[in-house]
Write a protein that binds this ligand. Sequence first.
Ligand SMILES: *[C@@H]1O[C@H](CO)[C@@H](O)[C@H](O)[C@H]1NC(C)=O
Ligand SMILES: *[C@@H]1O[C@H](CO)[C@@H](O)[C@H](O)[C@H]1NC(C)=O
Ligand SMILES: *[C@@H]1O[C@H](CO)[C@@H](O)[C@H](O)[C@H]1NC(C)=O
Ligand SMILES: *[C@@H]1O[C@H](CO)[C@@H](O)[C@H](O)[C@H]1NC(C)=O
Ligand SMILES: *[C@@H]1O[C@H](CO)[C@@H](O)[C@H](O)[C@H]1NC(C)=O
Ligand SMILES: *[C@@H]1O[C@H](CO)[C@@H](O)[C@H](O)[C@H]1NC(C)=O
Length: 437
Amino acid sequence: MRVVLAGLAFSVVAASASAAAVSDSADVFNRLGNLSPYHKGPVPVGVRERLPADCTVEQVMLMGRHGSRFPLASELVFITNLTTKLASKASALQRARLPSELAFLKEGYTSTLGHDDLTAMGRRQLFDHGVDFRLKYPHLIADSVLAGDQDRVIESAQWFAQGYFGRTWTNISSAAFSTIAEDNVTISWITPMDTCPKWQYAFGGNAVTTWGTVYLPAITRRLNKLIPGVGFTDNDTHGALYACAYDYAALGVSPWCNVFTKQELANFEYELDLLMNGAFGYNLPGNMGATLGALFVNKLVERFSNATGDAKPVYLEFGHDTTIDMALAALGLAKDTPPLSAKGPARPSRKFRTSQQVPFGAQMIWEKFTCSSSFKGPQIRLVLNDAPFPLRSCARTSADSRFGSCAFESFVKANSASTSLKWGDAAWNATCGAAAF
Ligand SMILES: *[C@@H]1O[C@H](CO)[C@@H](O)[C@H](O)[C@H]1NC(C)=O
Ligand SMILES: *[C@@H]1O[C@H](CO)[C@@H](O)[C@H](O)[C@H]1NC(C)=O
Ligand SMILES: *[C@@H]1O[C@H](CO)[C@@H](O)[C@H](O)[C@H]1NC(C)=O
Ligand SMILES: *[C@@H]1O[C@H](CO)[C@@H](O)[C@H](O)[C@H]1NC(C)=O
Ligand SMILES: *[C@@H]1O[C@H](CO)[C@@H](O)[C@H](O)[C@H]1NC(C)=O
Ligand SMILES: *[C@@H]1O[C@H](CO)[C@@H](O)[C@H](O)[C@H]1NC(C)=O
């Protein structure tokens, strides 16, 4: 069965597409793992989205992922190799009898995607988030913005700030916008893996390669039957899957998404989960995921307990999907038992889901709140992509379960493994090796 995206979005008839077709397409685009456009996360059954009326959020901390971007240079080559091959077979493709979903190949498929930087969609996501955040917490006004020092992260933070502060936001003192280096000599809760010498991206990359040998060959065979004379390789198939995700991230449409079955796209989604889980989550060796994420959890606890006496009511900080995934690993959230396997199968009920947790523009928002009667003492809640994400390890009461929240004190206790760890202490060094600075 092919995914039905009947006559929409890929041509100017988009406006006349039926509501049903549009929801089908969201079904596809919102399941492209960490390459999905920003969308609201699922609200767990039985959990209320709104806090009781007698509660007030007193402190809030946002860790935002940059918005939709072009492919990484290392990913773009899969797409350009595919387009080069298709161009070299142009005359054969013009003569070929192709099924309707592949008819676009007769006119040639070209790609002008850039790499690494934010796209127009990404700009809009972050601008909207800035506006929405201002409206959601009108009583808590930020005085600064912090971004990881990478172009797409900085630009994301800037668009957010435009939406949040307005166009005169640069008038706020120059200290209000700052960056933190993303390198191997800067200890950062945004990019902790960079100061962990034993960490390797390959921990995720190897899982992707293994899973690719499981799921790509059948798609390649299917495409080669449908498209005679081109000779797709598994890398070309991979390129076509990337083209679906990244055309969409840059242009809002892609002819390729319609080429794959739901199951094929689900296997691509699993690839992206394996990558992030392997390089930034539970499948890192030993305790590495939790160790790296502890730097973020400790920052959160430090600020919400005002440990240094200078805690601000609002933190607006921008980083990566990786930042959020490592934090989840330290918190024990979205953890699968048994762990995800690179040999598959892609369990549909798995908890670690980059589509839901770290789409482009993902927002990990921590709220500290107090209530006059519903809860006693300061409470904490995680709102991930506009949906409460229950903190089950510290929930004690039925009210906790109803709102996905915890008493702040219980949260701190439940995270003692993180709070007892510091960068460069014996536990960190045992996991990461000693850094040479
Ligand atoms: C792209 O093509 C070049 C030249 O043929 C090749 O060396 C490289 O391995 C290809 N990369 C991918 C990802 O297919
Ligand atoms: C921001 O700066 C511009 C130009 O210096 C000035 O015209 C404007 O009044 C300032 N806005 C605020 C809110 O201070
Ligand atoms: C497929 O891509 C990988 C990653 O770039 C590359 O190492 C490999 O050589 C490519 N395989 C082929 C057959 O092009
Ligand atoms: C942290 O403590 C200081 C000193 O008491 C106080 O001025 C500040 O408002 C507190 N911050 C928050 C977010 O409560
Ligand atoms: C951990 O390694 C760092 C060097 O990266 C060193 O300065 C530090 O003393 C080590 N910590 C312990 C507890 O040995
Ligand atoms: C940091 O990375 C640079 C290369 O980018 C390398 O030359 C240097 O040795 C690294 N330093 C540490 C402390 O790992």
